[in-house]
Design a protein around this ligand. Structure first.
Ligand code: FAD
Length: 468
């Protein structure tokens, strides 16, 4: 029998497998995806938010624990567990040497990244290179890896893990780490969680920014088996992305970053939110939800030629036209209504000194909703439109843990079942998001879960029951 079974093949699973193997345990990792699609959402990531008290290689200045914590507190509106959050924050200051030992390289941010040179360490080659390095290291250390291995059930004896099942196959282990992601690829569950507005399913047109394999099968199984859960199923990271993005795995290059430079209208050519409310890095993650609640779950980001060169262009070029009416026709909006909406906006603009790097004084007057910064008339052809859809990054509903990453049943920690990554991120992220914290949580709790699982396996070998 293997000592530690790790379920999942993303960052959290790999961190757990490597730590358990380093502790001397035999480890089997089960990844639902085939080898070429391994790595879950982690393969799409770019960076890790790191606490540091002084400049460190690619990180400038300092980002102390307290500031990191205050940032997290602010974005979650207090829906966070301080003990667990601080644990992840502190771990983020010490994990990078370990990551480097397993082949992960870091680089300073490229221009166009969202103002994160001080707080976030970027992976050289992105998340794909990170997961490849971890898989390489795991293989070299003797971790057994199985692809095309979607676990569909867990066998429990009370709170104790006994075996995992893939169909009729039964895999026993002395301990187990669940790291199988959220349920962001499960349309049915998303529909149920987000519900209906005006007779339309809010999640109907969501595009999944990451892997198709995070179906939440084990999350659902564990909750139904009596594991304690945390978080709201409708809370998630959801951004507005290019409507032409593929259904899965579009990754970061489908994000549309020109919203604050123009206006956004819905299917009826009506504006519905202040595009200039705050800096784009602080607002991009609310636009998925805003678009989700519009009719047909679609929006259109409209700019003129003045905006070109001021934002990172998405992978697909926008629809381009020499006149507003022509642009409306090209994207299928009512021409008269669209021209009226743009003209009303243009007439309401009070242009001061345009500066996209500060909260400038260009704003609208007498317009509902207002645009409070960077309001300039859309009047210099060519004009561009980008159709937007909600792009779901990951869900926040998870399993409740303690500082040892143990799964809980009715408040009682399991002696040999642990959970890491998106499957428990909701303990720290009740809502909101700050860039790089997903990988910080997954790395911290993946490493803790792997260490604890190895310990539990040794204790069970010696005939002792681990106390979680
Ligand atoms: C486009 C995009 C960009 C992102 N950028 C960043 C970033 O720069 N920084 C950051 O911190 N976060 C980022 N995130 C969020 C980040 O991806 C997650 O927080 C993190 O990767 C979660 O790691 P994980 O190991 O829990 O999940 P995943 O990496 O998603 O891994 C889950 C794994 O479980 C496997 N699996 C699922 N079900 C089963 C099953 N039943 N049996 C066996 N295996 C199963 C999947 O195949 C997958 O390998 C981004 C996400 C996306 C989609």
């Amino acid at each position: 029998m293997v000592d530690v079974l790790v379920i999942g093949g993303g960052n959290a699973a790999l961190c757990a497998a490597l730590m358990a193997r380093e502790a001397g345990a035999s480890v089997l990792l089960l990844e639902a995806a085939p080898r070429e699609w391994r790595g879950g959402n982690s393969q799409h990531t770019r960076n890790l938010r790191c606490m540091h008290d002084a400049p460190q290689d690619v990180l400038i200045d300092a980002y102390p624990e307290e500031e990191y914590w205050q940032d997290l507190l602010k974005v979650t509106g207090g829906l966070t567990n301080e003990t667990l959050a601080r644990l992840a924050i502190r771990e983020s200051s010490t994990c990078r040497d370990w990551m480097r030992r397993h082949g992960v390289h870091f680089q300073p941010p490229l221009s166009g990244a969202l103002h994160v040179a001080r707080t976030n360490a970027f992976f050289m080659g992105g998340g794909k290179a990170l997961v490849n390095a971890y898989f390489r290291s795991a293989e070299a250390l003797g971790v057994q890896i199985r692809y095309n291995a979607p676990v569909d059930a867990i066998e429990l004896d009370g709170e104790r893990f006994v075996a995992a099942r893939i169909g009729s196959e039964r895999i026993e282990a002395r301990s187990c780490v669940l790291a199988a992601g959220g349920f962001e690829s499960n349309r049915e569950w998303l529909r149920e969680a987000w519900g209906q507005v005006n007779g339309e399913w809010v999640a109907e047109n969501f595009l999944i920014r990451g892997t198709r394999f995070n179906m939440g099968v084990l999350l659902k199984f564990m909750i139904e088996a009596g594991a304690d859960s945390i978080g709201d199923p409708a809370q998630s990271h959801c951004v507005a992305i290019d409507a032409r993005a593929p259904l899965y795995d579009g990754g970061i290059c489908t994000r549309v970053d020109c919203v604050s430079l123009g206006i956004v209208v819905n299917r009826h050519a009506e504006r519905f939110y202040d595009e200039g409310e705050d800096f784009w890095p602080k607002r991009y993650a609310i636009w998925g939800r805003l678009v989700a609640y519009q009719p047909g779950q679609i929006g259109y980001s409209i700019i003129d030629s003045k905006a070109i060169g001021r934002f990172m262009p998405p992978v697909f070029p926008g629809t381009r036209a020499g006149a507003l009416g022509e642009l409306a026709r090209a994207v299928g909006l009512d021409e008269a209504a669209f021209v009226r909406a743009v003209e009303a906006y243009n007439a309401a603009c009070r242009v001061g000194t345009f500066n996209h790097a500060v909260l400038d004084d260009c704003h609208t007057e007498g317009l509902t909703p207002p645009k409070t910064h960077w309001a300039q008339p859309i009047d210099k052809p060519p004009f561009y439109a980008f159709a937007l859809r909600p792009g779901i990054t990951f869900t926040y509903l998870g399993l409740k843990v303690n500082e040892q990453a143990a799964v809980h049943f009715g408040g009682k920690p399991s002696p040999n079942l642990y959970v890491a990554g998106e499957m428990m991120a909701g303990n720290v992220l009740g809502k909101g998001y700050t860039a790089g914290v997903g990988m910080a949580i997954g790395t911290a709790f993946g490493r803790i879960a792997g260490t604890q699982a190895a310990k539990a396996a040794f204790e069970s070998k010696e005939g002792r029951h681990a106390v979680a």
